[in-house]
Design a protein around this ligand. Sequence first.
Ligand code: ZN
Length: 132
Amino acid sequence: MLETIQVNTPDHCVAVDITDLVSRKIQESGIQSGVCLVYVPHTTAGIFVNEGADPAVLEDIMQALEKLVPWRAGYKHAEGNSAAHIRSILVGGSAHLIIENGRLLLGTWERVFLCEFDGPRTRKLRVKMLAG
Ligand code: ZN
């Protein structure tokens, strides 16, 4: 089963919690046990699973990515958003998640985040769910 989720990112560089959006697709699928692949088909965005309890963690992650890959550093790409492309590679463009008892099987503090590196934009996520 393939689904699409659309997300309007609110800022230039921001992590958006998409856990509830993905969970809704799983519930609608009726799958009780299986695997869920969330993929972002954009070259300046990423997906990760990490702590969602303390918002300071997200701020630290995004700040660290900005320090690792500054927006301006003499890049050659004419569009001017090479930092966003590079951050996208560092974070990765997909997450493999486990469905159990009809729900996402995440750690206590874990949430799924869409990482925007060149927003605000409208992003589409592909969600592939397999029972098994
Ligand atoms: Zn570009």
